[in-house]
Design a protein. Sequence first.
Length: 263
Amino acid sequence: MNRPARSHSSGSLLDRVRIVLSHPSHPGNIGAAARAMKTMGLSRLTLVNPRRFPDDEAVARAAGAGDILAQAQVCTNLDAALADCMFAYAVSARHRNLGPPALQARQAAAEVLAKASTGEVALLFGNETAGLSNAEVQRCRCAIFIPANPEYTSLNLASAVQLLAYELRLAAFDSQPPVVTRAVPFASPAASHQDIERFHAHLERVMVSSGFLDPQQPKRLLPKLRRLFARAELERDEINILRGLLDAVEKQVAGAAAPDSTL
């Protein structure tokens, strides 16, 4: 069972994290960021001077996360976007000499949620072309970076939002977020010891009758087969399939060995 993170439920902590996009230039990235947020349980989007918003392309790229866009707050400046926040983090690939201390994304996620237990927290992302300015970074008390390939650290805006949202979700649920699947489990109960022993006896009998195994010189064949099937951790249905196959082989062997009655 998933445990609540710290003194608040996992969901309420994520509800206290706002994603702030500063001067996004492409509405498609706004929609894709909203989609990234919704898949990880984040719902609060703030935009600082977006070039085009609202926009049909943002809705199309949101792909079902239109509610995030509809509830998005649009601000004319960064101070308004960060108002009422207890703590703000600048997400940037560039390390600044005069900037706040920087944490890797996974390490930062746990700290973000700890801060969220005391109040509102913001994650600030920069413009697609120029990223965050030094002035924007300095308005935050900590920086977060994604440990990408040092030879190519460029990430699409929505991709960066997705990675941070994923790390936050893992941290919120102690690395075990709830998983919901509509798939029918393709499994049966594990085979019992008795089932497995009957299978090996059947297998040995068929190998002998087919001439594959010489009982006078078995060598290490049987132990090796036991090791092979032990690694497979056979289920009851799989034992039934294998024994059905062996039955078919036995019938073929018995038919080939029977004398021809037409002679």
